[in-house]
Design a protein. Structure first.
Length: 134
């Protein structure tokens, strides 16, 4: 199996990095379990991946500015730079930015939000609005 090698990097105003299937699996583990070594990731990934494959995936994720690497003893440990939610919000914001009619896109999105999530959004906006008036 091979790693996805996208060419997009995070930067001010740029497109959020696209993740291939294996990159997504690795990021999910880093988001769910925290800092990990390559061996730890291999042990938890479904399938049989070579050490070099996961090392390449992590190198790509580092280049995309989604992971940081550090030393813990003699091992290199990788951790997510941001949360899953921050990444998803970045992807959503970029998608809205590609629309010719951002307002219409937001309204179409809102029409599909379940009532329970609309209540969450309403509560947040009410708290934000009341906090900004203080």
């Amino acid at each position: 199996m091979t790693a996805d090698s996208g060419d997009v990097t995070i930067g001010s105003g740029s497109e959020p990095p696209r993740l291939g299937p294996l990159e997504t699996q690795v990021m999910d583990l880093l988001w769910d379990e925290g800092a990990s070594t390559i061996r730890h990731l291999i042990d938890r990934l479904p399938g049989d991946f070579a050490y070099t494959t996961i090392a390449t995936v992590l190198s790509n994720l580092h280049r995309k500015e989604l992971v940081d690497a550090g030393k813990r003893g003699r091992s290199t440990v990788y951790c997510a730079r941001g949360t899953r939610e921050e990444h998803v919000a970045s992807v959503m914001n970029h998608a809205l930015g590609t629309s010719r009619d951002r307002a219409a896109s937001i309204l179409h999105f809102a029409e599909r939000i379940p009532d329970s999530e609309l209540d969450l959004l309403r509560d947040y906006l009410n708290r934000r609005d009341h906090g900004s008036r203080a």
